[in-house]
Design a protein around this ligand. Structure first.
Ligand code: SAM
Length: 296
């Protein structure tokens, strides 16, 4: 008589129970492999899975255990309700950057067919989110990285072609403003630049270890890109145009000083849900007399 127990069928439930990952991460990887919706993990959790699917799940699980970001493993990250392609060439869009999009959209309220510039676009997250929410806006997005621009271009096509046929985004490879047509002027300039200072321990922790170094840090005091962006914004902003910049948790006062010293008015910061000042900005008057009166 054969007394060996039959192997237990391996189900989604069994894989999730045995996973060393936090439950949410294991579910994201498993739905990615199976092509299931999240609710199917509940309704179909006891179905035996094909060996190939189990092997594929275990391979992805091992990558995550080794530290690779979930967004790079599955190749997407949701931002502002849109699914962006993510590769190792781009920063993974962060939830806190949605504050920058919301602030830019508020700045554009009441302006018909506004013109917007996104500096350091990466996946295109900020530019695409604004273009999606304001189909009448003309949006330019630039980045120094050709690899990032390729990702941004695919995201723009995938996410915008339906809402704005033929008029998605104008993408440009440029070192900040250098390759930008000097005749262009914008109602809003937005940027989430590399602002982590050299030697910050976060650079060697978590997801940041897998993201492009040039998207994260200036290898200096963290303010190099912000100084360039603030200094060049006035020449490119329309009268009453606004500049909004995302920055580090401890950089708000420095960024406000740079904005005020460059002649911006109504300079202020917005805090994220945790109460941390995450973005700072101001309004460009285009009034040389007013700026002269401020000593700039
Ligand atoms: C923090 S990431 C932001 C990506 C995206 N905007 C987001 O918020 O998810 C900064 C981006 O700035 C780009 N960048 C860095 N230096 C640059 C430069 N000198 N000129 C233009 N873009 C630059 C990087 O390639 C990267 O895509």
């Amino acid at each position: 008589m054969n007394t060996a127990a039959a192997p237990m069928p391996e189900t989604a439930d069994a894989l999730l129970r045995a996973s060393p990952l936090p439950a949410l991460e294991a579910r994201i990887l498993l739905t990615h492999v199976l092509g299931w919706r999240r609710t199917e993990l509940i309704t179909r959790g006891d179905e035996p899975l094909a060996g190939a699917a189990r092997a594929q799940y275990r391979a992805l699980e091992a990558r995550r255990v080794a530290g690779e970001p979930i967004a790079q493993i599955v190749g997407t990250r949701e931002f502002f309700g849109l699914d962006f392609e993510v590769t190792p060439h781009v920063l993974i869009p962060r939830p806190e950057t949605e504050l920058l999009v919301e602030t830019a959209l508020a700045a554009l309220e009441g302006i018909a067919a506004p013109r917007v510039l996104d500096l350091g676009t990466g996946t295109g997250a900020i530019a695409v989110a604004i273009a999606s929410a304001r189909p009448d806006a003309r949006v330019w997005a630039l980045d120094r990285s050709a690899d990032a621009l390729a990702v941004a271009s695919r995201n723009a096509s995938k996410l915008l072609d339906a809402v704005r046929p033929g008029g998605a985004l104008s993408l440009l490879q440029s070192d900040w403003y250098t390759a930008l047509d000097a005749a262009l002027s914008f109602d809003a300039i937005v940027s989430n630049p590399p602002y982590i200072r050299h030697g910050d321990p976060h650079l060697s922790e978590g997801d940041l270890r897998f993201e492009p170094r040039g998207a994260l840090t200036d290898e200096a005091d963290g303010l190099t890109a912000i100084r360039i962006i603030v200094a060049g914004a006035g020449q490119r902003l329309a009268a009453r145009g606004q500049l909004w910049i995302e920055h580090g948790y401890d950089q708000a006062a420095d960024v406000r000083s740079l904005l005020a010293a460059s002649g911006f008015e109504n300079v202020h910061s917005h805090a994220d849900l945790a109460g941390i000042e995450r973005i700072s900005g101001g309004t460009w008057t285009n009034d040389a007399t007013a700026r002269g009166a401020q000593g700039t």
